[in-house]
Every structure is written in structure tokens, then in C-alpha cells.
Design a protein around this ligand. Structure first.
Ligand code: NAD
Ligand code: MG
Length: 382
């Protein structure tokens, strides 16, 4: 039995990870953590019997303790709770399916405790990749990508010499507003932005896909995971999300991974790497699939992607500013307090105001996050 702990078990990636565990009989769920949706968390506890569960708020933790007093489980709360789940002695792999920079400390704690990381939480690599990657090497733990594009690249590189990798071709669907101009994007509503053409995901990443910030974050995620400079990462728009990403080697050979859009494939691949398992579900049918089309990304009307390349080129604490400003701006947009195009504008404003710290420590990253939140509160009041 492979023993797995999950941060963010009630979310899109978390529930799909549990689906993978349900179909495969040899995965044991040892710990779960979630922020809300106590009823779902309770159902997961009754089905998978973890010995440790973390809930973000103490109040909800109390409620959950009452509801599950018949179970043999310890329920903890807050950041201490997340860290406890991350470090839990029984587990071998930590699935980081939590959303946002809150994942940084638990991810580091798990690595220090010798766990492999099945990494969905891209915000952690974007902001702290320069700490995470050397730490993985030092501790001899693996960072197994769950993001579909990064899993595709990881699969394409299997058995290859990484030094012969020339370029990453990171595919993008273009999101629900592909082809639209700024003028048309002004009036975009939250409901429109939440309709992704190919994937069903959590709210934050769905908005990020609409602004193309998600692709910007993924470019920075790829940079750290595969040791490639941002200028060697090209964004290729492929609207149907059939090619999950590609790599180009020094001799010009291009390798791609294709499949129907189903996150269970990269999740399962990360959990069983280097083995493959049967996965029920739809398959690509080349008798039906007549064409795969490509476009250039539109950085003019979607400045969120351009800003990511700028943040990556400067590095240091600037990717943290990019990410933190986006996290706060997306929350404000979902609350209907700002407009769609204000998201990249707030990111740009914060990036301009920030004095870059080179090689920031975890404390400096978290400090920068707080400063950006304060900056946005001030900007928003204007
Ligand atoms: P989601 O919003 O559906 O789920 C997030 C999970 O984190 C929930 O279980 C929530 O309760 C938990 N959480 C949030 N704040 C918490 C807190 N303070 N304490 C404890 N738990 C907390 O998000 P998602 O779409 O599953 O995405 C998770 C991560 O995976 C993100 O970083 C996202 O970018 C990445 N990702 C998601 C997908 C996808 O298909 N959904 C694909 C690739 C990458
Ligand atoms: Mg992705």
C-alpha cells in the first residue's frame, strides 16, 4: 500500500485524487486537510479512514470533531494543522492540492520530513522555486508534477537526457475569451469567466485561465521543474487541450503527450511514477478528431501573460509580487469588487511599486505577500 496525504482534499484536484484512490485498491489515505466543505470532508473521512485531518478554522475543526466523534481520528486546525498533515510520519507522498501561497510552508515541511511531493499547488513553485528545487535535491525527495502540462513535459522527458532538452512548448487553451479584444473584455462578468471551455477546475485557477495568468504561472512552474530559462519556454495556443505540452530536443525532434482532458491521468501518473495504470474514461479517437489547430498567444489583450515573462526575467521576489497581486485581485474579482481587466492592471501596478529582493527567504516571500496585499488594499480604496 502506498500511503498518501492530501492538502486540499475537498477541491477539484483533491476529490479527483480520491477518485484515483477509490479505483486503485493499493493507495492508503493517511491524512487529509481542507479549508471548508465540512460535510464533504466528513464523507471522505468515513470512506477513507485517515488517522489525521486538518481544517483551517478552529471553529470548523470543533464542528467536525463533534460530527465524527465515533471515528478514530485526530482533528487539528490552522497552519499548525496543515504542517502536521504535511509531516505526518506514516505518509510517503504529499499531494499539494491546496490553492495559493499558503502551500509554501507545508510543502517545505513535508520535503524536510522526506516525503515525495505530488505537486498541483503551482503558486508554491512560482514564488519559492529557488528554495524548493535545491531542497528536493538535498533531501533526495521527488517533485512529481500534477499540472497536466508539466506532467506532459515530465512524460516526454522520461528516459531522455535533460541536457539535450532545447525548448519547452507549453500548450494553452486560450481560455473562454480567446480571440477577444480589450474593448470586449471590459464588461466580462464573473459567470462568463468561470466557464472554461475544456476543464472543470477550482474557481481561482479558472479565472487565472481566463486572464492567461495561469499560463504565466505555469511558465514559471516549468522553469523550476525542468531547469529551463523562461526565454526557452514558448507558449503554444491549442484551443481543444488535446496536446498537453511538448518538448523540443537539441536535434530538433519534438515530443508531445496527447490525451483527452482528464486530470486523473496526471494525478495517477504522479502517484505511481514510473509505472502506468489502467485508467477508465474516454480515449482520443483519431477517426473523429479531424484536426488540431494552433495559434499564437495574445499578450496584447491578455497582459497577464506578458507580465509573467517580465516577472520571470527579473526573478527574485518579483514572481511573488506577480502571484500575490493576482491571488488578491482574483478574490476581489470573484467578490465583484473589481472588473476583469483590473486584475492584470493591479498586478502591473504592484510589480512597478516593488523593490526586488534577490534570492528571497521564505520569510521574505511571505513578507512580500503581505506588503502586496496592503498595496492592493490602498490601490483599491482609490
Ligand atoms: P479548489 O479551489 O477546487 O480546491 C482547493 C482546496 O484547498 C480545497 O479543498 C480547499 O478547502 C483547500 N484549501 C483552501 N484554502 C485552505 C486553507 N487555508 N487551509 C486548508 N485547506 C485549504 O482548487 P483546485 O482547482 O483543486 O486547485 C488546487 C491547486 O492545484 C491550485 O494551485 C491550482 O492552480 C492547481 N491545479 C489545479 C488544476 C485543476 O484541474 N483544478 C489543474 C492544475 C493545477
Ligand atoms: Mg495546467
Amino acid at each position: 500500500m502506498k500511503k498518501i496525504a492530501i492538502l486540499g482534499s475537498t477541491g477539484s484536484i483533491g476529490t479527483q485524487t480520491l477518485e484515483v484512490a477509490r479505483t486503485n485498491q493499493d493507495l492508503e489515505i493517511t491524512a487529509l486537510a481542507a479549508g471548508n466543505r465540512i460535510e464533504l470532508l466528513e464523507a471522505q473521512m468515513r470512506e477513507f479512514h485517515p488517522s489525521l485531518v486538518a481544517v483551517w478554522s478552529e471553529e470548523k475543526a470543533k464542528e467536525l470533531r463533534l460530527r465524527t466523534s465515533d471515528l478514530d481520528v485526530r482533528i487539528v486546525a490552522g497552519m499548525e494543522g496543515l504542517l502536521e498533515v504535511a509531516e505526518q510520519p506514516e505518509s510517503e507522498i504529499l499531494v499539494t492540492a491546496i490553492v495559493g501561497m499558503i502551500g509554501i510552508r507545508p510543502t517545505i515541511a513535508a520535503m524536510k520530513a522526506g516525503k515525495d511531493i505530488a505537486l498541483a499547488n503551482k503558486e508554491t513553485l512560482v514564488t519559492a522555486g529557488h528554495i524548493i528545487m535545491p531542497l528536493a535535491e538535498e533531501r533526495g525527495v521527488r517533485i512529481l508534477p500534477v499540472d497536466s502540462e508539466h506532467s506532459a513535459i515530465f512524460q516526454c522527458l522520461n528516459g531522455e537526457n535533460r541536457r539535450e532538452l532545447h525548448k519547452i512548448l507549453l500548450t494553452a487553451s486560450g481560455g473562454p475569451f480567446r480571440g477577444k479584444k480589450k474593448e470586449e473584455l471590459k464588461a466580462v462578468k464573473v459567470e462568463d469567466a468561470l466557464k472554461h471551455p475544456n476543464w472543470s477546475m477550482g474557481q481561482k485557477i479558472t479565472i487565472d485561465s481566463a486572464t492567461l495568468v495561469n499560463k504565466g504561472l505555469e511558465m514559471m512552474e516549468a522553469r523550476w521543474l525542468f531547469g529551463v530559462e523562461p526565454e526557452n519556454i514558448q507558449i503554444v495556443v491549442q484551443p481543444k487541450s488535446i496536446i498537453h505540452s511538448m518538448v523540443e530536443f537539441v536535434d530538433g525532434a519534438v515530443m508531445a503527450q496527447l490525451g483527452t482532458p482528464d486530470m486523473k491521468l496526471p494525478i495517477q501518473y504522479a502517484l505511481y511514477y514510473p509505472s502506468r495504470r489502467y485508467l477508465p474514461g474516454e480515449r482520443l479517437d483519431f477517426r473523429q478528431l479531424m484536426q488540431i489547430t494552433f495559434e499564437q498567444p495574445d499578450m496584447e489583450n491578455f497582459p497577464g501573460l506578458r507580465l509573467a515573462f517580465e516577472a520571470a526575467a527579473v526573478g527574485g521576489s518579483l514572481p511573488t509580487v506577480y502571484n500575490a497581486a493576482n491571488e488578491r485581485a482574483v478574490a476581489l474579482f470573484l467578490d465583484r469588487r473589481i472588473r476583469f481587466l483590473d486584475i492584470p492592471e493591479l498586478i502591473e501596478n504592484c510589480m512597478e511599486r516593488h523593490t526586488v529582493i534577490e534570492n528571497p527567504s521564505v520569510e521574505e516571500i511571505l513578507q512580500t505577500e503581505q506588503e502586496v496585499y496592503q498595496m492592493i488594499d490602498k490601490l483599491e480604496l482609490k
